[in-house]
Design a protein. Structure first.
Lengths: 576, 248
């Protein structure tokens, strides 16, 4: 009875050993094989997870994800792997029947089939189907030593021995156990060797060959003193105790049992120590966690500090660039203002000059009028009617001149202040020239100048009537002023193209040189030069003409020859 | 052919006298001289007026414009205006401009300028520009009269007085009960501008005032007008008879 119990304990003990050791070694090959598959099927997330959980020994999750992978129906190549993972997981969960079913689903050409055999064999062993187990082990045994090593199949003989032991085929069991112990001795796997010795001892014990059994028990016991595993020590010493008990050597049995108890305590102590160590570890981890948190907070603080610094520096930079920009703007503005000031000064100077000339002109003409009037009254007393008429004509011409000067001044002022009313309309050129000439008839007659208007009577130009009159008035005035007695003034026209009409005002006067023409045609500034010749005026008239013509979209040009005459050439847009 | 009636609104006697002289010299008929706004309105409604010459400033106030504005809002009452002004102030112009069509004359002006301005005002008012000064046409047609340029001045003929018009190339012979004269206008223009219900083509070159028809003798293709004028009726233009209300 005692023996039977002993064997049972031993069996359970040893069944765990081979299973454990094999699993550990198999992983290396399996691992690499699975990694390859994962890389090959990157998209199969379920499979990847299943294998991850498998290595983490999370069997339930492995089952879930491998099932998902199988259900997805994709990547048939992975099906065998999934079944294998599921079989192994079921076995680990001690659900041996399910394990068996899963493993049997794996196809024959699965690359790691020996591993399947191994699993099947162990599963059968667990299910106490020793014959089947032996069948599977035999399949493995057929493999060459090299293959066995490749698949990390170990404890094969040991397990076979166990099977035969259960089947009471002691000869075969003995042979396998001895073979196993030989191999283990060579491999110096002490713990397995102790197990092996124990198995052999049990075998003999079962057959009541105590003489053969006891040395193995002792061997096992002696070897166990070399290892640190308390469980093994306890087992061997307990075995020895049972042996001594059976030999009725109770004293020794007691010693062994005490030793066994001691090892059991040590085992318990060790567990306690481990638990304590575990607790300490956890504590240390918690401590570390706290430190990490503190560091994190510090980091955050540093980050915020850094950010603040960063942003404030950016802000400062912006302010600086803004300042530089504003300063540049200010400098630019200053320059513009200076330029404008200079221009204004210049314009103001021109204006001042103009005013001085105009007022001088006005003063002298009014003065002339005054003198002429006193002369007039003196002549009236003498009743010299011829002289009287002459003086009146002279007065009216002075008044006319002054009036046109004032008129020009008024229009110039209106133009400068942009107050001039300007309205373009269709204008009958011939009539306008006649209207202007009408006012100058006495002057023309006085100088015996013949006037000719040879502009076409069918021409209508599109201009502002009053500005056109100002232009003609000034040009005719000039032409008369610079003409000698018996001269000729001709207004003629040319149809230059479909849009413009050209008007030429030709006189037979004194003409002018190239310089004067250029000065007159110069853009912008008033001529405002009172030359030594009394004839040259302010230039205001021509300046006004130029601006008015420009405003009417016309052009202005002068052709002249000294002492032969001048041609003023104007173009204006025609009425469409 | 009648003279044109001109209403002058001008407060300065000297200037209005000068104007009256120029106008009468050129065969215009001065309907009256108003010195202020109320006088102007009174004269405007009393007399028959064809053209109004308005000084913008009356007693230093722009009442001239006010007058123009007030007669402008009465339908069919408005007549061609000529504004007289001595200032080219933009503000005044902007206001005067609203009384369309707008013609103005800057003071001082000479005889030619005022005559030109009157002609322009008539042309602009009846929207028939570039007429009087061109060599192709000398008549502007309003809804009740013809304005004809004769020498330096304008003349007027009431459309009602016309019996018929005979076209010869660029000229038209206008025949009224009293007189007969020639104007310069093309047939197409004159037929466009005349009231088509009143003036009807009876022949390729004849337009007849239907009000003046006394008798139509279809057998002889003849139309007899007042004053026993006999006009030929061409077959092509007979259709107009259908439009007339024939008394039995």
């Amino acid at each position: 009875m005692l023996r039977a119990k002993l064997i049972l304990i031993l069996l359970i003990l040893f069944l765990c050993f081979p299973a454990f050791s094999q699993e550990k070694y198999n992983n290396v090959l399996l691992n690499s094989e699975l990694k390859i598959k994962v890389l090959k099927f990157k998209d199969e997330i379920n499979f990847k997870k299943a294998q991850q959980f498998f290595f983490q020994k999370n069997w339930d999750s492995t089952l879930v994800y491998s099932m998902k992978q199988l259900n997805s129906g994709k990547a048939k190549e992975l099906a065998d792997y999934c079944h294998f993972l599921r079989g192994s997981s079921f076995r680990e969960l001690k659900l041996f029947e399910e394990a068996k079913t899963e493993l049997n689903l794996i196809s024959r050409n699965f690359t790691l089939y020996p591993l399947v055999y191994n699993n099947l064999a162990i599963t059968s062993l667990e299910l106490k189907d020793f014959k089947k187990s032996i069948f599977y082990f035999n399949q493995l045994e057929k493999l060459s030593d090299k293959d066995q090593k490749k698949y990390y199949i170990k404890s094969l003989h040991e397990n076979l021995g166990l099977c035969y032991l259960h089947l009471k085929q002691f000869d075969k069991a003995e042979a396998y156990f001895l073979k196993s112990s030989e191999i283990l001795k060579i491999e110096k796997d002490t713990i397995s060797l102790i197990g092996s010795y124990n198995n052999i001892a049990n075998l003999y014990y079962e057959q009541y060959k105590d003489n053969l059994a006891i040395p193995y028990f002792e061997k096992a016991y002696l070897l166990s003193s070399k290892v640190k595993d308390f469980e093994v020590k306890r087992q061997t010493s307990k075995n020895m105790a049972v042996v001594e008990e059976n030999r009725n050597n109770f004293k020794k049995a007691l010693i062994y049992r005490k030793e066994s108890e001691q090892w059991k305590d040590s085992l318990n102590n060790q567990s306690k120590i481990w638990a304590l160590a575990d607790y300490e570890k956890k504590f240390a981890v918690a401590q570390k966690q706290k430190q990490i948190k503190v560091l994190e907070v510090e980091n955050k603080l540093k980050n915020t500090q850094r950010n603040t610094l960063f942003f404030s520096s950016i802000g400062l930079l912006l302010i600086l660039t803004g300042g530089v920009y504003l300063y540049a703007q200010k400098v630019k503005n200053g320059k513009t203002i200076l330029r404008q000031k200079n221009k204004l000064d210049e314009l103001n100077a021109t204006k001042d000059q103009l005013f001085s000339i105009v007022s001088h002109d006005l003063r002298s003409s009014v003065n002339a009028l005054k003198n002429s009037n006193s002369k007039l009254s003196a002549t009236l007393e003498t009743k010299n009617y011829d002289e009287l008429n002459h003086l009146i004509v002279q007065n009216s011409s002075i008044a006319n001149g002054t009036y046109s000067l004032l008129d020009n001044l008024l229009h110039w002022a209106l133009l400068q202040t942009k107050q001039l009313y300007f309205n373009k309309e269709s204008v009958h050129l011939y009539s306008v020239i006649q209207q202007i000439e009408y006012n100058y008839k006495p002057l023309l007659l006085d100088k015996s100048i013949t006037f000719q208007n040879s502009v076409s009577k069918n021409i209508f130009i599109f201009v502002d009537l009053d500005s056109l009159k100002i232009v003609f008035r000034n040009l005719l005035d000039n032409a008369i002023k610079f003409s000698k007695e018996n001269g000729q003034i001709i207004f003629s026209g040319n149809d230059i193209d479909s849009d413009f009409y050209q008007i030429i005002i030709q006189d037979t006067g004194i003409g002018m040189n190239e310089n004067t023409i250029n000065e007159l045609l110069q853009e912008g500034e008033l001529l405002a030069k009172k030359g030594n010749s009394e004839i040259i005026g302010t230039g205001l008239g021509l300046q006004l003409c130029k601006q008015m013509i420009k405003k009417n979209n016309g052009t202005f040009n002068i052709e002249s020859e000294l002492n032969k005459g001048t041609k003023m050439i104007l173009t204006f847009p025609k009425t469409k | 052919m009648d003279n044109i009636n001109v209403l002058i609104i001008e407060d300065t006697l000297e200037q209005s006298d000068a104007l009256v002289k120029v106008l009468t010299d050129n065969n215009y008929n001065v309907a009256g001289v108003a010195k202020n706004y109320t006088e102007a309105l009174k004269l405007f409604y009393e007399k028959s007026v064809d053209i109004i010459i308005i000084d913008v400033f009356l007693d230093g106030k722009p009442e001239g414009i006010t007058f123009a504005e007030s007669i402008n809002i009465i339908p069919h009452a408005s007549k061609p205006f000529v504004f007289l002004t001595s200032s080219q102030d933009r503000q005044i112009f902007e206001r005067a401009k609203l009384t369309k069509p707008f013609s103005f004359l800057m003071k001082p002006f000479n005889e030619l300028e005022i005559l030109y301005a009157i002609e322009m005002a008539v042309e602009k008012f009846y929207e028939q520009t570039n007429v009087f000064l061109s060599e192709e046409q000398n008549t502007v047609i309003s809804n009740d009269s013809l304005f004809i340029k004769k020498k330096n001045s304008l003349k007027k003929v009431n459309l009602e007085d016309i019996l018929y018009i005979e076209v010869e190339e660029r000229y038209c012979n206008i025949v009224t009960e009293k007189e007969k004269f020639v104007i310069l206008i093309s047939l197409t223009k004159i037929s466009d501008l005349l009231d088509k219900n009143k003036f009807i083509k009876t022949h390729r070159n004849t337009i007849v005032n239907t009000d003046k028809i006394e008798e139509i003798i279809l057998a002889d293709n003849l139309i007899i007008l007042k004053g026993n004028h006999k006009i030929n009726l061409s077959d092509t233009y007979k259709d107009f008879i259908k439009k007339m209300n024939i008394l039995s």
